[in-house]
Design a protein around this ligand. Structure first.
Ligand SMILES: Nc1nc2c(ncn2[C@@H]2O[C@H](COP(=O)(O)OP(=O)(O)OP(=O)(O)O)[C@@H](O)[C@H]2O)c(=O)[nH]1
Ligand SMILES: [Mg+2]
Ligand SMILES: [Zn+2]
Length: 295
């Protein structure tokens, strides 16, 4: 049995890199075995270029999404989630909140990369993101096209997942980091009019610092949080932590109940109304999932 790192996941097969640098195309042994980029695995050769993943080593972290029907692993063993947003095409504030909450609930730190600051529209986006900085999430303005140095600095000693909607410039950033066109990128108009995403699989790239890598993922339009219990989600909103457990009713849904400490936090300006709306929305999603679907 050989040790390897999962560096690419596609629908039917995966690529792993053995410790000697050789890459093998692998299937997994048994359908139950789910793997993600960043996983350390044990493999054996089935022929010179192909192999079978036999088992997965215990993970330091696992970032994945889930709805009522299935779960989808995105990356394993990352030390940070890098949410890439841009002024154009407009990013979704709801999706950004989903990634921040998923990172918190998974025990992984999150930062926000504001890409395309060469565009004039970027200053309004920077203003809109200031509230996330106030919540403790670093916001890193950069331009994958013209100056990616501020983001590079944040990646050098980390194992990162780049996540974001299609067209935000994740692959452009990767190519800038690599100094080579490793990942295909697309023009916004082409990507939007074709309705197709440019990156179609998840791929890990090593950086030239020890034990540092970056995972590029395909643009996402949905990101379910059904794998988290209500309490996990509530605790994933740092500004409400103080108020948790202080509502009049123990099973308060923070909707219209009297003496709701979370609503009071909003009234006092400690938290914003839309973050409370996201908290309610994400909590209800989890409850719609039958118990057996949780792991
Ligand atoms: N003006 C400007 N355009 C950029 C910048 N970074 C990326 N773009 C453009 O944005 C478009 C989308 O970039 P990609 O890197 O393909 O986006 P992606 O996030 O990987 O998209 P998916 O693979 O579909 O998820 C391309 O046309 C890039 O040239 C930037 O810093 N400034
Ligand atoms: Mg891409
Ligand atoms: Zn309440």
């Amino acid at each position: 049995m050989l040790n390897a790192l999962v560096i690419e996941t596609q629908r039917r097969h995966n690529t792993v890199r053995l410790d000697d640098g050789t890459e093998l195309i692998c299937v997994t042994k048994g359908r139950q075995l789910q793997i993600a980029c960043g996983d350390r695995v044990a493999v054996y050769h089935s022929n010179e270029r192909e192999g079978v993943i036999e088992s997965v080593a215990p993970r330091e972290s696992l970032f994945y999404r889930a709805d009522a029907f299935k779960q989808k692993l995105v990356a394993a063993n990352v030390t940070q989630i890098v949410c890439i947003v841009a002024p154009l095409p407009p990013y979704s504030d709801e999706l950004l909140n989903r990634w921040l909450v998923c990172a918190e609930a998974s025990g992984v730190k999150a930062i926000i990369g504001l890409n395309k600051i060469d565009l004039v529209e970027a200053s309004a986006t920077a203003d809109a993101l200031a509230r996330y900085r106030d919540l403790g999430y670093p916001v890193i303005p950069f331009s994958a096209k013209f100056n990616h140095a501020p983001m590079r600095e944040r990646l050098l000693n980390e194992r990162s997942l780049l996540i974001g909607q299609s067209g935000m410039g994740k692959s452009k950033l990767l190519n800038a980091l690599a100094g080579a066109d490793l990942q295909r990128t697309n023009t916004i108009s082409q990507a939007l009019s074709s309705g197709r995403h440019t990156t179609t699989f998840t791929r890990l790239f090593t950086l030239d610092t020890p034990n540092a890598w970056v995972v590029d993922s395909p643009g996402m339009q949905v990101f379910g949080l059904a794998h988290f219990a209500r309490g996990d989600i509530e605790r994933a909103f740092p500004e409400f932590r103080e108020a948790l457990g202080r509502c009049r009713f123990r099973d308060c849904r923070h909707q219209r109940e009297p003496d709701c400490a979370l609503q009071q936090a909003v009234a006092q300006g400690v938290a914003t109304r839309d973050r409370l709306s996201y908290l309610r929305m994400f909590c209800e999603e989890g409850e719609a999932v039958p118990h057996y679907a949780r792991h």
